[in-house]
Design a protein around this ligand. Structure first.
Ligand code: ADP
Ligand code: ZN
Length: 435
């Protein structure tokens, strides 16, 4: 069984990787300066010329790009090549505002799909596998990325797209899918539906899942692994940089290897923009080293995480990123306390509840309120009010320990929280309505 899709580069020494990055970066900075007027202006304003960039250590001289730049330059302002050389457009999911678009040449698509093929092989994928792609197809990058990666690997690909869960399950069972690719929240829903239909985890042929595009906790991973009887691997990416496969998890399941030969990663202090040393938490910043059509330099992802070069038992040498804790703009500030939805998910799953929950933040008499609605499992369901109140109190206590503030807990009936087929919407912040 092949262990790597591109062994030479995936296990290259740090010096080799650095050499490749240096060469590509010098070339890419010239490419951008000569072709992207928007970024050339930013460089000129900062007084930096392409000749100032000789190695990746000089990258900190370059200006950052943010989502605001992408919106301002929409649609063609950051194109790095003539539109006639482009073969495809994708768009972000618009989770945090107006969508932005990204362009691809055929070469950009090929490199991106190779990254996804690396992810599939790292999850145990081979040409003999049947890969069910249940990420959405269309403008969203999830479906196309894994579909292309599966083709490159030579696996039998089932381009299901998301939704129509009954049909997903029918094909999964009838066609013997061995690898499932979708968002973690959809994987949890598929697992739940299989159980409802009377299937046990060992009844399906799945061996692995590649789940990403949204934050998910270790607790959620265990839950999915149990319900589907598989090993669940994380995958990370963003449309602006290509799509899924910017980074992927290996068998060690302790973070995701960033495809460093294509994407140069930095961690910065989100307040000051200063580059932080390995091991410190901050905002992830990417530079596309090969992209022709949409070559972003120092793009601020707003995802908070940590990088590590600790040796990995899989033999891959590329730097690893931890699970992003969430975006800096996912963080809720409630009564002055920083709260991440992922912390709430951890408590709920640890306390034996389902990952079906919704967080509602509001403001009453100038004070922030935090309400968490969580479904009970059918066996937890009780119509004795005092039982429910006891449980809610216990859960609120566990939340207070984790978050530092106490929410109001609402245990609701099984099936009353909407399921997600793509990226789950966990938070409703009503305070914005009052502003
Ligand atoms: P949008 O930013 O509109 O959601 P994308 O579909 O391109 O558009 O999503 C990219 C974002 O999704 C990333 O910046 C990150 O916040 C999130 N994301 C992607 N993969 C993961 C993952 N494995 N874990 C946590 N968050 C992820
Ligand atoms: Zn590894």
């Amino acid at each position: 069984m092949p262990k790597y899709y591109q062994p030479e580069i995936e296990t290259a020494s740090y010096d080799e990787i650095k050499k490749i990055q240096n060469e590509k970066l010098v070339k890419q900075v010239h490419h951008v300066y000569n072709n992207v007027a928007y970024y050339r202006n930013l460089m000129d304003e900062k007084g930096v010329s392409p000749d100032d960039i000789k190695t990746v250590d000089d990258i900190k001289k370059l200006p950052f790009l943010t989502k605001a730049d992408l919106r301002e330059a929409y649609p063609y302002g950051l194109l790095g090549t003539d539109l006639k050389n482009c073969v495809r457009i994708h768009s972000t999911s618009g989770t945090t505002g107006k969508r932005v678009v990204a362009f691809y040449t055929q070469n950009d698509i090929d490199l991106w799909e190779e990254c996804c093929a690396r992810a599939l092989v790292a999850a145990g994928g081979t040409p003999q596998d049947v890969v069910q792609v249940a990420y959405g197809f269309g403008l969203f990058t999830g479906g196309s990325g894994l579909n292309g990666g599966s083709h490159k690997l030579g696996s039998l690909t089932l381009p299901m797209s998301s939704g129509n869960t009954d049909r997903q399950i029918q094909f999964l069972m009838d066609l013997g899918a061995t690898i499932l690719c979708c968002t973690p929240s959809y994987a949890a829903f598929i697992g739940e539906t299989l159980a409802e239909k009377g299937f046990k985890p060992e009844d399906n042929t799945l061996k692995a899942g590649i789940f990403g595009a949204e934050p998910w906790t270790e607790e959620m991973r265990h839950d999915i692994e149990r319900s589907l009887g598989i090993k669940a691997f994380d995958i990370y990416g963003l449309t602006e940089i290509s799509g899924p496969g910017v980074a992927f998890e290996c068998e060690e399941q302790t973070g995701m290897h960033i495809n460093e030969d294509h994407f140069y990663a930095e961690i910065i202090d989100p307040e000051t923009g200063e580059v932080l040393p390995e091991g410190e938490e901050g905002e992830l910043v990417f530079t596309s080293l090969d992209k022709e059509a949409f070559p972003l330099l120092r793009y601020r992802t707003r995802d908070l995480c940590v990088l590590t070069r600790k040796k990995c038992s899989c033999g891959r040498t590329h730097v690893k990123m931890c699970k992003p804790k969430g975006r800096s703009d996912d963080m809720l500030i409630i009564r002055g306390v920083n709260v991440f939805p992922s912390q709430i998910e951890t408590v709920l799953l640890n306390e034996g509840y389902t990952p079906n929950y919704q967080i509602v933040v509001d403001r009453e008499n100038n004070t922030d309120t935090l309400d968490i609605y969580v479904e009970m499992q059918p066996d937890q369901f009780s119509d004795v009010i005092s039982d429910l109140q006891e449980r809610e109190k216990a859960l609120a206590g566990a939340m207070r320990t984790m978050l530092g503030i106490g929410p109001k807990m609402h245990l609701v009936a099984p099936k009353s929280v909407a399921r997600s087929e793509g990226k789950a919407v966990r938070v409703v912040d009503k305070r914005k309505l009052h502003d």
